[in-house]
Design a protein around this ligand. Structure first.
Ligand SMILES: Nc1ncnc2c1ncn2[C@@H]1O[C@H](COP(=O)(O)OP(=O)(O)OP(=O)(O)O)[C@@H](O)[C@H]1O
Ligand SMILES: [Mg+2]
Length: 381
C-alpha cells in the first residue's frame, strides 16, 4: 500500500535553523499534520528510511548535504514522496533548479504562517492528483491488455471455427460429387468426418455462448439432485471416440467412495467435465493416459480429471483459470483453443459454492481437482 495513502499528512521538515523547525512544527501541527524534524540532510535520510512520509519540507541551503541533494536522493529512492523547498530570497535560482529536478513546490523566506500552511495543502492536492493519475494509468493499461486479449480471442475463435468448417466443406463436396460411385464404407467415413466436426463446432459455440452468459451474469445454475458418477460416465462415453482418435488410453471412471447425490445443475457440470476432458485430450500426446476419479467427502464430492500429458509449470497454476489465458498463446502453438474453457469451469464451480485447482508439473501430467458441496450453497442464489 502507498505509504502516503495510509497517512497523507505525515511530513518531515529539514532545516539547520532551530527556530524555523519550531515554527514549521507549530504551523503544520496546528493544521493537523504529523510533523517529524531533522536538523540536516544526513539526519533526514536516516528518518526517511524508517518513516512513511508523504511530503518533505527541506531548507535549500544547509551545511553538509544541502536541500538539492536531499531532493535528488528522495526522487531516486522514495519517488512517491513530495519534496517542497524552503529557500532564502537570495537563492531563488536554486529553488527553480529544484523544481526542474522534480520538487513539488517552493517557498521563499521570510514567509507568513498562512503561506506555509497554503503550500502544505497545495502539496496534499498535488499528491492526490498524482495518485489519481497513477491509478488511471494502471486502469488504462489493464483495459488495453484486456482489449488486446479480446482481439486475440476473436481471432482464435474464428480460426477454431474455420478448421472444422473447412473439413465439413471438403467432406460434403466429396459426397455431393460422388454419391453414386461411393462405397458405403467411404460414405460412412465421410459422414463420420461431418459428425465429428459438427460436434466440434457445437462444443466451440456452446463454450462461447456460456462464456458470454457468464460475462453478462445471466448463467445461473438450475439445481437438481445429480448423480455425479453417472454424469462423469456419460461424459467419458461421449468423448471416448475423441480419446481413441488421439491415441490416449482412458479407463472407466474410478469411484472411490460413492458420494451421495449432490445438488447441482447437470448441464453446467457436463460442461465442466467436457472442458476438463477436452483439455486432457488436447494436452496429452499419443500413447498417454487419462481418467476421472470421484470420491465422496463429509460435505460433498471430489472430482479429479487427470492426464499424463505435458503438464503445467507451477507459475501458471492460478493464471490458467483467467479468461483468455493460455500457457502457450502464440499463433504457432500446436494445440488449438480460445483460452476460455477453464474460466468457464471456474465460474460454474464457484456458482455451485465449490472450488477448482490444479496439481501439476511438466512431464508429470495434470490433475484438475474440483470440490462440489453436497448442498446448494447460499453463494448460488
Ligand atoms: N490438462 C492440461 N494439461 C496441460 N495444460 C493445460 C491443461 N489444461 C489446461 N492447460 C493450460 O491452460 C490453458 C487454459 O486452458 P483453457 O481450457 O482455459 O483454454 P484452451 O484449452 O487453450 O482453449 P478453450 O478451452 O477455450 O478451447 C491452456 O491453453 C493450456 O495452456
Ligand atoms: Mg480448454
Amino acid at each position: 500500500m502507498d505509504p502516503y495513502l495510509s497517512n497523507p499528512k505525515r511530513v518531515l521538515v529539514v532545516d539547520d535553523d532551530e527556530s524555523m523547525l519550531d515554527l514549521c512544527a507549530r504551523v503544520l501541527g496546528a493544521d493537523g499534520f504529523e510533523v517529524a524534524l531533522a536538523r540536516n540532510g544526513e539526519e533526514a535520510l536516516a528518518r526517511l528510511a524508517d518513516g512513511k512520509f508523504g511530503a518533505i519540507f527541506t531548507d535549500l541551503t544547509m551545511p553538509g548535504m544541502d536541500g538539492m541533494e536531499v531532493l535528488k536522493y528522495v526522487k531516486h529512492n522514495h519517488p512517491s514522496v513530495c519534496v517542497n523547498i524552503v529557500t532564502g530570497a537570495g537563492s531563488i535560482e536554486g529553488a527553480v533548479e529544484c523544481m526542474r529536478l522534480g520538487a513539488c513546490d517552493f517557498i521563499a523566506k521570510p514567509f507568513s504562517v498562512g503561506e506555509l500552511a497554503a503550500m502544505a495543502f497545495r502539496c496534499l492536492g498535488h499528491r492526490a492528483r498524482k495518485l489519481e493519475v497513477e491509478r488511471l494509468k494502471r486502469d488504462i493499461s489493464a483495459y488495453e491488455e484486456l482489449d488486446r486479449m479480446k482481439s486475440e480471442f476473436v481471432s482464435n475463435v474464428s480460426h477454431e471455427l474455420r478448421t472444422p468448417l473447412f473439413s465439413m466443406g471438403g467432406a460434403l463436396e466429396l459426397l455431393r460429387e460422388n454419391v453414386p460411385e461411393l462405397s458405403s464404407g467411404t460414405a460412412l467415413k465421410l459422414c463420420d468426418v461431418l459428425s465429428h466436426n459438427l460436434s466440434r463446432l457445437n462444443s466451440i459455440v456452446s463454450n462461447v455462448l456460456n462464456f458470454s452468459r457468464i460475462e453478462k451474469g445471466s448463467f445461473r445454475p438450475s439445481f437438481r439432485s445429480v448423480d455425479l458418477a453417472a454424469l462423469a460416465r456419460k461424459a467419458l462415453e461421449d468423448l471416448q471416440p475423441l480419446f481413441a482418435r488421439s491415441g490416449i488410453c482412458v479407463g472407466p471412471v474410478s469411484v472411490f467412495s460413492a458420494p451421495a447425490s449432490i445438488e447441482a445443475d447437470p448441464d453446467q457440470l457436463e460442461q465442466v467435465l467436457i472442458n476438463l476432458l477436452g483439455n486432457a485430450i488436447k494436452f496429452t500426446p499419443r500413447g498417454g493416459e487419462a481418467g476421472i476419479t470421484i470420491s465422496g467427502t463429509s460435505d460433498g464430492a471430489m472430482l479429479c480429471v487427470w492426464d499424463t500429458g505435458r503438464g503445467i509449470p507451477p507459475e501458471y497454476h492460478l493464471k490458467i483459470f483467467d479468461r483468455f489465458y493460455q500457457v502457450d498463446g502464440s499463433m504457432t502453438r500446436d494445440a488449438g483453443g480460445s483460452g476460455i474453457g477453464l474460466s468457464i469451469v471456474k465460474a460454474i464451480v464457484e456458482m455451485h459454492g465449490g472450488r477448482v485447482w490444479v496439481e501439476s508439473s511438466p512431464a508429470k501430467g495434470a490433475r484438475m481437482n474440483v470440490f462440489l458441496p453436497a448442498k446448494r450453497s447460499a453463494l448460488a442464489d
